[in-house]
Design a protein around this ligand. Structure first.
Ligand code: DGL
Length: 288
């Protein structure tokens, strides 16, 4: 059995921690809640610090470690980094700091996209930090070399802010989406990767805009469901799955607005968890 940060054994009854720079991770939480309905989930939205995608790798890593420590203090048995940007910047540091903790990250689905693209041109929508990371560059080069697929990378600056504001269908959001998607379609992409967990919440708008730009079918790849499957597998391998005789509870924390997170849970997931505001979280000691 694994041990938590205090050296205590992790128990199957303990909750699963999930975090994102804001509300994006809810697009992953919805899969986990469906697939593992008996599990208690603790969600941390670091909305006061969103977007992570415009910050340096050192800042994202420090913040991710602090949020991880906060969730560990609440006894989580596993951690889902439900943020592509935090995964690319910080998952190594999290695993190094907490070697006993099962940690599942999310990365843009370049591999499934390459496997199913016929035009061999794949558009990747993600944050600037994700697209500039060494981790993504390596992944992209490996998959391109093996498959001959060309990846067109598009940083969607400003899109996370719009989604955090709840502006899923506004004219400004549509304008940004058009601006970011048009060059990818023009270059012949037949597959678009949603490389940020906020973007599934504007997927209907993306599909509509793509439909207006081309008559060709364009596939959209989102890795939220795969993360949930990987979490189930890891929990099962570690004998950490909660028994079936109960309904799991969701509890949420935010460094931003309580009412905004409540509204988002209700509007996007039809869930009504208690939401606590966390004004400050300390940087864990001994981690630089
Ligand atoms: N949901 C985060 C991701 O998957 C958004 C990052 C941000 O805050 O910029 O990348």
């Amino acid at each position: 059995m694994s041990a938590n940060t205090q050296g205590m054994p992790m128990a199957p009854v303990a909750p699963i921690g999930i975090f994102d720079s804001g509300i994006g991770g809810l697009s992953v939480l919805q899969h986990i809640h469906q697939d593992l309905p008996h599990e208690d989930l603790l969600y941390f939205a670091d909305s006061a610090y969103a977007p992570y995608g415009d910050k340096s790798e050192a800042e994202i890593s420090a913040r991710s470690l602090a949020v991880t420590e906060f969730l560990l203090q609440r006894g989580v048995k596993a951690l889902v980094v439900a943020c592509n940007t935090a995964t690319t910047a910080a998952i190594k540091a999290i695993r190094t700091a907490y070697p006993e903790l099962p940690v599942i990250g999310i990365e843009p689905g370049l591999k499934p996209a390459a496997a199913q693209s016929r035009s061999k041109i794949v558009g990747v929508l993600a944050t600037r930090a994700t697209l500039l990371s060494a981790r993504l560059l390596t992944l992209q080069q490996q998959i391109s070399a093996a498959s001959g697929v060309q990846f067109e990378l598009q940083a969607c600056v400003g899109l996370v802010d719009q989604i955090e504001k709840g502006e899923l269908r506004s004219a400004q959001t549509a304008l940004l989406l058009r601006r970011y998607i048009a060059p990818l379609i023009t270059q012949g992409a037949d597959t678009l990767v949603l490389g940020c967990t906020h973007y599934p919440f504007v997927r209907p708008q993306i599909e509509k805009i793509v439909g207006e730009m081309t008559a060709q079918p364009v596939a959209i790849i989102d890795t939220g469901a795969a993360v949930s499957r990987q979490l189930s597998k890891v929990l099962s391998e570690n004998n950490l799955l909660h028994g079936p005789a109960r309904t799991g509870q969701v509890n949420a924390f935010t460094s931003g607005s309580q009412s905004a997170l409540r509204t988002t849970f209700a509007n996007l997931l039809q869930l009504h968890p208690p939401v606590s505001v966390v004004a400050t979280i300390a940087q864990p000691t001994g981690i630089s």
